[in-house]
Design a protein around this ligand. Structure first.
Ligand SMILES: *[C@@H]1O[C@H](CO)[C@@H](O)[C@H](O)[C@H]1NC(C)=O
Ligand SMILES: *[C@@H]1O[C@H](CO)[C@@H](O)[C@H](O)[C@H]1NC(C)=O
Ligand SMILES: [Cu+2]
Length: 587
């Protein structure tokens, strides 16, 4: 059994200063130091020094089909999109232009807490109106904590098609708890974003996404040609991002080298050294590796699991002076490892002890794959639009052939109006409270868990496993969670709610309340559970979602922490349905 902990987040308050323009948003106490900036993209990529003025970092993302291959979407022509580099306290401003014909878009900043800017979280119909074809949305948010993050399209299909990229927030080196372990932190060269390629555009295949299997894995842009240059005896920090949306954990190893894991999901952990690490979809891991082997070229290998089983990618890990021409023809040996030596972020310990706060509310989330008895035409898997009925707001499957993953026996229903911005416009009869889903007769309802800004929450995610052998990865928006316990039945037996509650009552479930890993992305093992605790701390509507579960109907809940947004902010944001006719859009 793994244990985990819980701790109290520093609660700062909202930065709403009532200014109407989103671009002007900035915590008031910082406003005077934000004068220095340029509009060059990457203008913020600089060594982060102590006591230096924060900057505004400007980016423009044009998201459009890549005409060269016809099977990907690209940002400014690239998959992955540009890496955002900032220093902690900078303001990141990204102007997103949707040029994907007839589709709606939103970009989510994965791992960014959006304290005070919940409307910048990038979830269509929850935190914003989707960005319709031909329109632009300007995201602006504070780089409030340092670490390795990434961004991706809100839609699983758009993310799978290539709309993702790295987001690195640095801090002065002396503040990095593990900087003594490595010599160089070259995030521009040593960030590896792992993606999957598909034979066709998922977002153009609305009929049945579950039939489309990934064809290959890529590291940054390449299946096999990314190069990392190192000099002998030096130590390097390498940032790994699993940017795949499907349930594709990946294993990563670097030739004959050991790696020391120093951070998981951007948060420092007690260092652990191993030959191979596993990242679940949406997870990030920072590792330190020393070039302590004979000077040569080595293969950094990535091996897919589950939905990506059998797929591989590799990069060259090259000692300076080594002529890698010979490696171009080389096929590396199979990655070899001892299963017990695989290190996952969730089993690590936080590098700092956390302060536990007693839990106000403990909530059971039973996850199970169920056959649901509905015909295709009884379901509308899309958002509802008041303005253009049946316009596909959000690419997702339109037919349902297989069982679906549910939380407490229901699938999430996106509301008819953006919940955060227009809560009073949301139809009341689509809402169901988490824990009381059975009162709602439909398969889909908007599952809401209302939380108090100061009330520590415990979420018990039990993957019951009566009808499935799959494990699921969940991602929490807005907060980092203390993963206080995680367990999988060694006997391979399904776990019912009654059995879980009995185990817990009998004191057989040990929670690590001292130094649990602090994560935004967690794995819930099949026939097992993961227990997290967190203090909501800041208002907003925050999704807890199993992205990989949602190729048909979404498996998610929204955690609603009361907030009152200034009218001026709400009015300055685009409203839903402000569509333009299709052919005058992109001249
Ligand atoms: C690297 O090796 C190849 C073939 O072995 C050779 O043709 C090439 O000139 C070498 N490159 C350098 C920079 O030495
Ligand atoms: C799960 O695994 C067990 C044991 O291997 C097998 O008997 C069962 O059919 C599997 N269930 C599903 C839904 O695949
Ligand atoms: Cu996220």
């Amino acid at each position: 059994m793994k244990f985990v902990v819980f701790c109290l987040f520093v609660i700062t308050n909202i930065c709403d200063d009532g200014k109407a323009s989103v671009d002007n948003f900035a915590p008031t106490n910082d406003a005077n130091v934000l004068t220095e900036f340029t509009k060059n993209s990457d203008s913020c990529h600089r060594p982060c020094k102590f006591n230096v003025k924060p900057q505004r970092c400007y980016y423009t993302f044009d998201v459009e089909p890549n005409l060269d291959d016809g099977t990907t979407l690209a940002i400014n022509g690239l998959t992955p999109g540009p890496t955002i580099h900032a220093c902690v306290h900078d303001i990141i401003v990204v102007q997103v232009r949707n040029k994907i014909p007839d589709q709606d878009l939103a970009i989510h900043w994965h791992g960014v807490e959006q304290r005070g800017t919940p409307y910048m979280d990038g979830v269509s119909m929850i935190t914003q109106c989707p960005i319709s074809y031909g329109s632009t949305f300007k995201y602006a948010f504070k780089a409030s904590t340092s670490g390795t993050f990434f961004y991706h399209a809100d839609s699983v299909a758009h993310q799978s098609d290539g709309v993702y990229g790295a987001l690195i927030i640095d801090q002065p080196r002396h503040l990095e708890p593990h900087s003594s372990i490595y010599d160089f932190d070259k995030s521009e060269d040593h960030t590896l974003v792992i993606g999957a390629r598909f034979p066709e555009l998922l977002s153009a295949s609305l009929e049945d996404l579950t039939k489309i299997a990934p064809r290959s894995l890529i590291i940054n842009k390449e299946e096999s040609d990314t190069k990392l240059f190192v000099t002998q005896t030096s130590g390097y920090r390498i940032r790994l991002v699993n940017a795949i949306a499907l349930e594709c954990p990946v294993l990563v190893s670097i030739g004959d080298h050991l790696v020391t894991v120093i951070a998981s999901d951007g948060k420092p952990v007690q260092p652990v050294t191993t030959g191979v690490v596993r990242l679940y979809p949406g997870e990030r891991m920072d590792v330190a590796v020393r070039a302590d082997q004979p000077s040569a070229g080595y293969w950094l290998q990535v091996k897919g699991e589950e939905a990506c089983d059998g797929l591989k990618a590799r990069s060259m890990f090259l000692y300076s002076g080594f002529n890698y021409t010979s490696m171009l023809e080389d096929i590396p040996n199979e990655m070899t490892y001892d299963k017990n030596s695989i290190v996952c972020g969730q089993q690590l310990l936080s590098s700092k002890d956390v302060t536990s706060k007693s839990v106000v509310k403990s909530v059971y989330l039973g996850i199970e794959k169920n056959n649901i008895a509905v015909k295709d035409n009884e379901l509308d898997f899309r958002y509802l639009s008041d303005v253009v009925p049946k316009k596909p707001f959000f690419p997702t499957a339109l037919s349902l052939k297989e069982a679906v993953v549910q939380i407490n026996g229901r699938n999430f229903l996106y509301p008819n109006a953006p919940l955060l911005l227009k809560p009073h416009d949301v139809f009341r009869d689509i809402v169901c409270n988490v824990g009381e889903e059975s009162k709602h007769k439909d398969v889909q309802c908007m599952q809401v868990l209302t939380a108090d800004v100061n009330g520590a929450l415990e979420l018990i995610l039990v993957n019951e496993g009566f009808h499935s052998n799959d494990s699921y990865t969940f991602h929490m928006h807005g907060f980092s969670m203390h993963v206080v316990a995680s367990w999988q039945s060694p006997a391979g037996l399904p776990l019912s709610r009654e059995e879980f509650e009995k185990l817990d009552k009998d004191g057989l479930i040990v929670r690590n309340l001292q130094n649990p890993p602090i994560k935004d992305t967690i794995s819930v093992p099949n026939k097992g559970f993961t227990i997290v605790r967190f203090n909501p701390g800041h208002g907003g509507n925050w999704m807890l979602e199993c992205r990989s579960c949602s190729l048909t109907l979404p498996a998610a809940i929204v955690i609603s922490v009361p907030i009152s947004l200034p009218k001026a902010v709400v009015n300055s944001l685009p409203s839903c349905g402000s569509y333009k006719p299709a052919d005058v859009l992109l001249n």
